[in-house]
Every structure is written in structure tokens, then in C-alpha cells.
Design a protein around this ligand. Structure first.
Ligand code: 3IO
Length: 341
């Protein structure tokens, strides 16, 4: 008898504990709480756009939703982002597609050397392409938005003025950008951006290949006194949400998030483009960073080495069942349309 009542109280207690820790859904029980994971440190652009999205969603849903942000890999790390969100370790996560290029084949076409002129144009076209093709790789999540970096350039400890300077140089990159470094004869070292400050400090790499705002946001101007302008390739990003968490949202909240997706892509692109300019000016002024522009004859040699890359992607993606040639053509067309807007 005594034993039975003990079991009963344990059950009641367990139910109470579960109620206490389970995410609260629905307006009557208070705001919906969502955890948003990000991999790089708070001052970087993926986290700046995260805070902007949080502010807008909280405002536009009139307090129905509360978003708790986790920058710097405090909830999910760079490479765990997609699977962590699918598993529900975070409700929302921001990921760089370059870290798993084989997983995001179609959208990584945006990281081919297609002369994307800006983060604004890259972000809008990436979002267009995602919507047009709805790639299978995102079937297990709700995609909230996508965006890209500004075009990548070389940041280095030693000056890179020619292909000869680049030969065998250990530079950090990932995905499509890494392939480009290899084509130029550099020794590409793959790792997420979040591991790069330490690799530069320790001398594991002599520089990196990415968009230039990190010169300021991650203080790379202190360790890389040289920039070589290449303006070749962007890094594509996605913000994804756990499907169960998405389905549990009230209809009007889902509408707010859907209405924000393309706006957020463009906002992030514009922020990135402006911030790159500011970061380069700051790097020159405060750290005496030299910006190297390649002479046209030298640049022509660099560009020629990239020609086989797009054909290689087409062959590879074709083998995986994608209409790859049509996709590249479509991206090029959309780039010219968006660049003209
Ligand atoms: C990037 C990633 C994290 C924080 C700031 C950033 N700026 C440019 C990138 C893109 C990149 O190099 C990467 O690894 O995703």
C-alpha cells in the first residue's frame, strides 16, 4: 500500500517535471521559446543577421515568440549545425554550406567561380535558386532564409602578388573556395571559420580566403597585413529550423517568418557589402594593411586556371542526377537579372 502511493507520487512528480522543462507552445501558456544556434563569434555577420532576425520576429509577432540566441558554437558547432537542428538540439541553426559540400550539391553551385558581384546579388539569387529547385538536402528542415558572403579575397601574412607567391602557401578555405585555391596552386587547409583565428595564431595557416569583413570582426588585420583582391567566389549560408518546432508554431507566426525570408536575405547581403567596405578602410587606417590589385595580365592567368572548375561541377552533379548544365545557366541568368535591379 505504502509502496503503491510512493509510485503514484513519483508519477505525479515526473509529469510536473516534464511540464516544467518542455518548451511552452501557444499564446495562452506564454510566448513560444525558440533556441537559435550559430557557430562563429557574436561580432561576425552570421550573428549580426541572427540578432536582426530575432528582433524583427519578436516585434512582428507582438511578443508571441521569444528567441534565445547562442553565438560562438555554444549550442551547436559549425559541422553539427544541420544534424543538430534535425535532431532538435536547437530549434534554429545557421550553417555555412561549404563545410559539407557533398551534402548541399545544388546550392553549392553558387560557390562556383561565376563572378557574383556582391553579397546582395548572391543572397537574392541563392534564395531564388533554393525556391525554384527545392533541393532534397533541405527536406528534413524548414528553411527560413539563405544568404551569401561578399566575394572572397586573400588575407595573408606574406604578400601575394603573383601565382608564384601563392604556390604551396597554406591558406584556410572551405568548399568551393577551397577548390579555387587548389587550382591556383596554394595549399588549401579546410576548416570552419570559427577555427581559423587559432590556426592563424599558431601558424597552422599563413592566411585565409574569404570575405574581407573578418579583417575587422575577427581582428585578422592584426595578423594579416596583406589583402590580394580576387573577387572570385562567395560562401553560401542557410538558416534552418527543426520541422516539428516549425509545425508547432501558430499560423500567423509562420506567416511572419515566411514573409521575412527574402527580406532577410537582402538585408544580410546589403549589411555584408557595406561592412566589407568599412572593414577594409579600417584595416588600412588602423593596421596599415596593404590592398594588392593584380595587374590585368596576371589576373588573366588566375582566371584561366578556374575555367575547368564549373565543367567539373557539372559532370559531378550530373552523375548525381541533377540537371547541372541547366542549373548553371539558370544561375547565370538570374545573376544578370538581380544585378540589374
Ligand atoms: C564567415 C563565416 C563565419 C563568420 C564570418 C564569416 N565571413 C565569411 C565567412 C564565410 C567563410 O569563410 C566560411 O567558412 O563560412
Amino acid at each position: 500500500m505504502k509502496r503503491q502511493s510512493f509510485c503514484g507520487w513519483t508519477a505525479v512528480l515526473a509529469v510536473l517535471m516534464i511540464m516544467g522543462t518542455a518548451p511552452v507552445r501557444g499564446a495562452a501558456a506564454g510566448p513560444v521559446q525558440l533556441r537559435y544556434a550559430n557557430f562563429p563569434p557574436a561580432p561576425t555577420f552570421p550573428c549580426v543577421q541572427m540578432e536582426r532576425w530575432k528582433t524583427e520576429v519578436e516585434k512582428r509577432t507582438s511578443g508571441q515568440v521569444r528567441i534565445q540566441t547562442f553565438p560562438g558554437g555554444t549550442l551547436l558547432d559549425a559541422k553539427d549545425m544541420m544534424d543538430g537542428v534535425i535532431a532538435g538540439q536547437a530549434d534554429i541553426g545557421c550553417l555555412s554550406m561549404a563545410y559539407q559540400p557533398g551534402r548541399f550539391v545544388l546550392t553549392n553551385a553558387l560557390s562556383l567561380p561565376l563572378a557574383i558581384p556582391s553579397a546582395r546579388v548572391g543572397s537574392l539569387v541563392l534564395w531564388d535558386i533554393y525556391q525554384a529547385y527545392q533541393p532534397e538536402s533541405f527536406a528534413k528542415v524548414k528553411v527560413l532564409t539563405m544568404f551569401t558572403t561578399a566575394p572572397a579575397n586573400i588575407m595573408s601574412k606574406t604578400p601575394v602578388r603573383s601565382l608564384a607567391n601563392l604556390k604551396g602557401l597554406d591558406l584556410r578555405a572551405s568548399g568551393g573556395a577551397a577548390q579555387i585555391l587548389t587550382a591556383w596552386g596554394a595549399n588549401q587547409v579546410g576548416m570552419p571559420m570559427s577555427d581559423t583565428p587559432e590556426a592563424l595564431q599558431k601558424g597552422v595557416v599563413q592566411g585565409l580566403f574569404s570575405s574581407l569583413e573578418v579583417m575587422k570582426d575577427l581582428k585578422f588585420a592584426e595578423i594579416c597585413p596583406y589583402i590580394t583582391m580576387t573577387e572570385t567566389v562567395i560562401y553560401p549560408f542557410a538558416v534552418v529550423m527543426n520541422l516539428d518546432a516549425w509545425k508547432a508554431l501558430p499560423e500567423d507566426v509562420r506567416k511572419v517568418m515566411d514573409d521575412l525570408s527574402v527580406e532577410q536575405a537582402e538585408w544580410t547581403g546589403n549589411y555584408m557589402d557595406g561592412h566589407v567596405e568599412e572593414a577594409v578602410a579600417w584595416s588600412r587606417q588602423h593596421h596599415g594593411v596593404e590592398v594588392i590589385t593584380l595587374p590585368p595580365a596576371e589576373k588573366a592567368k588566375w582566371d584561366a586556371l578556374l575555367e575547368p572548375i564549373t565543367a567539373g561541377w557539372i559532370a559531378d552533379a550530373n552523375a548525381k542526377g541533377f540537371p547541372a548544365e541547366a542549373i548553371v545557366k539558370d544561375i547565370r541568368h538570374r545573376l544578370s537579372v538581380r544585378a540589374g535591379q
